[in-house]
Design a protein around this ligand. Structure first.
Ligand SMILES: [Zn+2]
Length: 67
């Protein structure tokens, strides 16, 4: 289940929301001030997993696939 990170445009509060693929961004509201349409940030979950696996992949075969 993907976790999306949002930042409220009204109060600046950052929060994470577990969303189904069918769910739309418009359903997300700030848990603090309940403002709609927060800015979506990079998911902490995917960013962390891609950076850790990306390091080993780039060091072993990154130069070959890059060209
Ligand atoms: Zn807010």
């Amino acid at each position: 289940m993907p976790i999306y990170e949002f930042k409220c445009r009204e109060c600046g509060h950052e929060f994470e929301v577990i969303m189904r693929a069918s769910a739309s961004k418009g359903e997300v509201t700030c848990p603090k001030c309940h403002a709609e349409n927060p800015d979506r940030l990079m998911s902490a979950f995917s960013a962390g997993s891609s950076s850790s696996s990306g390091f080993s992949a780039s060091s072993s075969c990154g130069s070959g696939t890059f060209s």
